[in-house]
Every structure is written in structure tokens, then in C-alpha cells.
Ligand binder design. Structure first.
Ligand code: NAP
Length: 246
């Protein structure tokens, strides 16, 4: 897909990597961009990026009625970017509220994104197949101390992404997984590591879409974590993709 032919929807578009996706899409000439966020007011500065092409949408991805309403409005989408996510806590698996934190992370990162995929897969099909992007993480493939429930939610989404890649192939949808390391946003404010600007994640993703790539490792930490792991991981995914029922 050429980004200049895209009609995109970005969740969590009001800040961080989501805002960067809107900026990058506008710069690359996307025809229309639905910028979705829980608070419509928080989207005012985002609309200003390209007021003629950006349409604000109120969307909490944990609310099925809001997902269905968004799907009703944005029936012309051919590029869905499931960016919204949460890092619920950093106090570890044995903190008093760790199970509640884990449920919230799964509710947003896994079930919310899953419901977005379910609502928009038929729309992508109607619009020629299109592209579905899920924001994963290096945390999708490794448990990181103090945030292991976040890692579990991103691991669940990683495996779901592999499965739906095969299920949506028949309708011509490219399913892209983005696996960032530390990126300079509010979410990573407490992480004391070199961080990459969010715009570079967005630009690397759009370049991957134009090249038909299924995975994006958008920063040096991600490249290092996945180096050497990629070939066996892809081989195992493809082995199981062959088990898709007819
Ligand atoms: N930053 C990193 O280092 C990093 C690394 C790997 C992966 N990621 C992933 O990249 C994505 C974007 O992260 P970020 O760094 O940009 O984080 P961020 O700055 O904390 O922004 C998170 C975004 O998700 C939205 N959101 C949270 N819960 C939502 C819900 N229930 N419904 C709709 N939107 C919701 C937030 O909206 P509100 O403003 O309303 O809260 C916000 O727009 C996430 O999926 C994250 O897991 C980030």
C-alpha cells in the first residue's frame, strides 16, 4: 500500500506514538486520518496538524459500543493502526494491586485491541484488504522485572497478531506487528535508557507498510533484541500458519 492512497485510523492519537503516527501520515499524504482518543478535547492540537484531512473520533477501546460507533463512522478505512495501550504499574508482580493492574493491562492492550481488530476486519475487507498494524513491544517476547504483567499483555497481543495474520491473508489484509524498545513518550518517562523519538517509530512503520513488511523493529534496542531470533521465530510462525483450517 502507498500511504498516499490510505484512509487511516489511529487509536490513542492524542499523544506519544499515536500523535506521531498522525503527523507522519499527514506528511506522507494520507487522504484522510481518523484520529481517535478517549477525550475529544485532547485532539484539538492534533486536528491542527492538517485540519482538512484529520477527523477526530471519541474512542475508548475498552468500550464496545464506542468501537462499534467508530466503525460506523469510519467505514472507508483501509489502514488501521492499533496504537492505544497502557503500562499499568511498575511495582512488580507481588505488589498489593498487581492483579488489578494486570487485568487493566489485558483489558486495554489485549481485549481492547482484539475488539478493534474484530470490528475493522470486515471494513478492511470491503476496502480491498488494506493494512492492520498492532503496536507490540520488545516486551512481547521477554518478561521484564517490575512490568511483567504489561509484558504478558503484549505477549498475548503478539501471538494474536500472528494468528490473525494468517486468518486475514485470505481477504488480502497485511497484518503488521511493531516491536519498539524504549521510545521517548509519557509511557517511558520512568525508564532510564536512551530513547528514540516517537516520530521515527511512525516513519519506520509507514516505510514498512509501503514495502509490504510484516514486522517493524523501529529502534536500536529492538533491532538488538530481535537480532538472531527473527529467523527461527518466523519459521515457527509459518509452520503453525500451515494448520489453518480450510
Ligand atoms: N513508549 C515506549 O517505550 C513503548 C515501547 C514499546 C511499545 N509501546 C507501545 O506503543 C503504544 C503507544 O505508547 P506511547 O508510548 O505513545 O504511550 P503514551 O504516551 O502513554 O500514550 C498512550 C496512548 O494510549 C491511549 N489509551 C490508553 N488507554 C486507552 C483506552 N482504553 N482507549 C483508547 N486509548 C487509550 C492514551 O490515551 P489517554 O491520553 O486518554 O490516556 C494515549 O493516547 C502503546 O501500545 C505502547 O504499549 C510503547
Amino acid at each position: 500500500m502507498q500511504i498516499s492512497n490510505s484512509i487511516a485510523l489511529v487509536t490513542g492519537a492524542n499523544r506519544g506514538i499515536g500523535k506521531a503516527y498522525v503527523e507522519a501520515l499527514a506528511k506522507a499524504g494520507a487522504q484522510r486520518i481518523y484520529a481517535a482518543a478517549r477525550s475529544i478535547e485532547s485532539l484539538q492540537p492534533i486536528i491542527a496538524i492538517a485540519p482538512d484531512r484529520i477527523i477526530p473520533l471519541a474512542l475508548d477501546i475498552t468500550k464496545l459500543e464506542e468501537i462499534n460507533a467508530a466503525a460506523g463512522i469510519a467505514g472507508d478505512v483501509n489502514l488501521l493502526i492499533n496504537n492505544a495501550g497502557v503500562l499499568g504499574g511498575g511495582s512488580g508482580a507481588f505488589a498489593e494491586d498487581s492483579v488489578e493492574t494486570a487485568r487493566r493491562e489485558l483489558d486495554i492492550n489485549f481485549f481492547g485491541t482484539f475488539n478493534m481488530c474484530r470490528a475493522f476486519a470486515p471494513i478492511l475487507k470491503n476496502n480491498g484488504g488494506g493494512v492492520l498494524v498492532n503496536l507490540l513491544s520488545i516486551a512481547s517476547i521477554v518478561g521484564i522485572p517490575a512490568i511483567s504483567s504489561y509484558c504478558a499483555s503484549k505477549a498475548a497481543l503478539h501471538v494474536l497478531t500472528q494468528g490473525i495474520r494468517t486468518e486475514l491473508k485470505v481477504q488480502g489484509t497485511l497484518v503488521v506487528g511493531v516491536y519498539p524498545g524504549p521510545i521517548d513518550t509519557d509511557m517511558a518517562a520512568g525508564i532510564d535508557m536512551d530513547k528514540v523519538p516517537p516520530l521515527s517509530v511512525a516513519e519506520r512503520t509507514l516505510a514498512a507498510i509501503e514495502q509490504n513488511s510484516e514486522e517493524v523493529y523501529p529502534d536500536p534496542v529492538a533491532e538488538q533484541v530481535f537480532a538472531g531470533m527473527h529467523t527461527p521465530m518466523k519459521a515457527v510462525e509459518q509452520q503453525f500458519a500451515g494448520m489453518m483450517p480450510a
